[in-house]
Write a protein that binds this ligand. Structure first.
Ligand code: ADP
Length: 637
């Protein structure tokens, strides 16, 4: 069997030689050719060359006239797709059909005659009724014996008397009643239909047909014809249509002013200005301007036309191919128009197809929306978790303050316990004086001439001593008060004074000099006065304990307050032995004590109280001996 002469007959030695030259790329190319040659080995060597088939397509109005242009485009594409032969498609346009007063056709006939003389086309396909009539009328002169497919012709316009055995008719049936019933079904309130139709002879023919066909609807609908108007005027009227009116787009090839409207520009202009929906029965107008309904579909007409053409080109006799007129395809609607005119989908006939539905946000941005939802959910979870945590913390804080207040109260009792002796002494003194003074006054009153001035002096002393005793009791009560943690604005110098007042008697009793040097300026802080007094009292008692325990010679506790920037400082220094170096880090730990009877809670509670006031507390040893405790609290702005 002989082989097709191709580059695939390259010999293996050529590949080897190329490889030797290290020309790898070239070798690979050659290898690919060899492989492709072997893959085609079982194909026949020579496909018999098929003669090209000459197809003449005759348009009625022009190549770009809708709806015919769309049918023609679809037919040509399908023919080329399905034809087993190469095709030579030649297209001509019967220009005369687009004039309202058609001129002579003779020059066009002459042109075609000279073009096809001696080499007739294999088939003639006419698009639309005017083209069909033309080829039927002049076939004898132009295309004798050539088979013809007369397509996209309305049933009523088929010239049956001139049909021959060489013709196939692919006709359609315009069912205007169905088209108008569709309008009434989807928009039941419609009272007027304005029919947009041009003024060419073909269009004029249809005006009468439509009017006749719609007679049964006369009592339901008023039909207004725009065939006598220029398109410009039609646009003006369409913009101001009364309510319950719709537009019906028939045809607009040539308007009453003689202006030709190609493509779908006219329809689009109408759509742009119209204040009512537009209906049409042609699919080529659907998809942007018209609402939809039952329409002629290009697909069915195309398929029948191409079937017939291929069978004829394949040698079948045209007379053996017969078709029924093609009716409207099942209804289709444009979702955008339904939305625009508020047409409910429930008004559409069963089985309708809705096209151009705009995807919802969810459909368009599915994964983005999912992501955002997930983020929002995670965030919401985090926020609620944090809120829950915050709430728990707040509850815990309140509870811890409560505990602190209770602990502090207990600790105050123990501190005051230490003061008992000196407090008793402090109270005894004024009470003793009061008694002595009262007895003296009584004696004086029993005398013959009591010295009233003297008695007045004695009474003043009694009053002063009473006040002194009351003051001791007031201080004691205030420090022993069981109160919740209560923040208020206070002046720190005064608070320190109160604590010093309580401790002064103890200092006296222990022969310790307790000095206080307050800051020159006021120290406004926010805090609980009872708890802050407790802190100061604790530190003073510890300082006095240190001095007493060690039995020091120099027995001094000095309390000073300062303002250091935006902080208030209380310093309590003593002349005791100081804190052992190893203990400095532990003194604030709970239960750390070096005292035989100590509890080790005083400094731990004091530090907690200071920290609850957003302050700090530190302990250090003084260079000259003795310990220094510093409390720092934020100054209120
Ligand atoms: P307690 O007084 O019951 O021991 P504190 O918490 O008040 O409990 O004190 C803890 C320890 O800190 C004391 O036992 C003592 O060792 C040490 N300390 C406190 N203040 C001073 C001070 N001014 N000088 C020396 N040591 C001190």
């Amino acid at each position: 069997m002989s082989r097709r002469v191709t580059i695939g007959s390259v010999k293996p030695w050529a590949v080897a030689a190329a490889l030797r030259r290290c020309d790898l790329l070239f070798a690979l190319l050659l290898l690919a050719c060899v492989l492709s040659a072997s893959a085609r080995a079982d194909e026949p060597d020579v496909i018999p060359r098929r003669e090209a088939k000459r197809v003449l397509v005759l348009h009625s109005f022009g190549r770009e006239f809708r709806p015919w242009s769309e049918y023609a485009r679809s037919i040509k594409a399908e023919l080329e797709r399905r034809s087993p032969w190469p095709l030579d498609i030649q297209e001509h346009t019967l220009l005369t059909a687009r004039f309202n007063n058609p001129g002579p056709e003779a020059p066009f006939i002459e042109y075609l005659a000279s073009l096809y003389q001696g080499s007739l086309p294999d088939i003639v396909i006419s698009i639309g009724a005017p083209a069909a009539r033309f080829v039927q009328r002049y076939r004898g002169k132009l295309f004798p014996g050539t088979p013809m497919v007369l397509t996209v012709v309305e049933e009523r316009l088929v010239n049956r008397s001139d049909l021959t055995g060489d013709d196939v008719v692919v006709s359609v049936r315009n069912d205007f009643m169905a088209a108008f019933k569709n309008i009434l079904q989807v928009m039941p309130d419609t009272r007027t239909v304005a029919v947009v139709i041009g003024a060419s002879p073909l269009e004029k023919y249809w005006i009468d047909e439509v009017a006749r066909e719609l007679e049964p609807l006369a009592d339901r609908l008023t039909i207004v014809w725009y065939s006598d108007l220029s398109f410009e005027e039609i646009l003006k009227r369409a913009a101001k249509l009364p309510p319950h009116t719709v537009l019906f787009w028939g045809l607009m090839s040539v308007d009453a002013a003689g202006i030709v409207h190609e493509g779908d520009i006219a329809l689009r202009s109408l759509h742009a200005v119209a204040n009512a929906p537009i209906f049409s029965y042609q699919e080529p107008f659907f998809g942007g301007s018209t609402v939809g309904g039952p329409m002629h579909s290009t697909a069915e007409t195309t398929q029948k036309t191409v079937d017939a053409a291929i069978r004829i080109l394949g040698g079948e006799r045209p007379s053996s191919i017969k078709y029924q007129p093609i009716g409207f395809a099942p209804p289709k609607y444009d979702w955008r128009e339904l939305q625009r005119w508020g047409i409910s989908e429930s008004n559409l006939p069963a089985g309708s197809e809705i096209l151009f539905r705009e995807p919802t946000m969810w459909e368009s941005y599915r994964w983005q929306m999912l992501l955002i939802t997930a983020i929002i959910l995670v965030q919401a979870g985090l926020i609620s978790g944090l809120l829950h945590e915050r709430r728990r913390r707040q509850i815990a804080e309140v509870e811890s303050r409560q505990r602190l207040a209770e602990l502090a109260h207990a600790n105050r009792y123990s501190a005051v316990g230490e003061l008992t002796t000196s407090i008793a002494h402090e109270l005894n003194q004024p009470l003793g004086s009061i008694l002595t003074n009262t007895e003296t006054a009584e004696l004086m009153l029993k005398g013959a001439s009591p010295d009233l001035d003297e008695i007045g002096q004695i009474l003043a002393d009694i009053k002063r001593d009473d006040q002194r005793a009351s003051e001791v009791i007031r201080r004691l009560r205030s420090v022993l008060r069981k109160s919740p943690f209560e923040v208020q604005n206070l002046e720190l110098n005064g608070t320190v004074w109160e604590a010093i007042g309580l401790a002064a008697a103890v200092a006296d009793g222990r022969r310790i000099t307790l000095s206080y040097v307050p800051a020159i300026s006021d120290l406004p802080v926010k805090g609980d006065p009872v708890q802050l007094q407790q802190v100061i009292l604790n530190l003073i008692i510890n300082a006095m304990d240190a001095i007493s325990d060690a039995d020091m010679k120099k027995r001094e506790v000095s309390v000073t307050t300062y303002r250091a920037g935006n902080q208030a400082e209380i310093r309590i220094a003593d002349t005791g032995p100081g804190i052992a170096a190893g203990d400095l880090a532990n003194v604030f730990n709970p239960f750390f004590t070096t005292k035989p009877e100590g509890m080790g809670m005083g400094l731990a509670i004091a530090k907690t109280i200071v920290e609850a006031h957003h302050g700090t507390m530190a302990a250090e040893n003084l260079p000259a001996g003795g310990a220094l405790f510093t409390v720092r609290l934020p100054i209120m702005r």
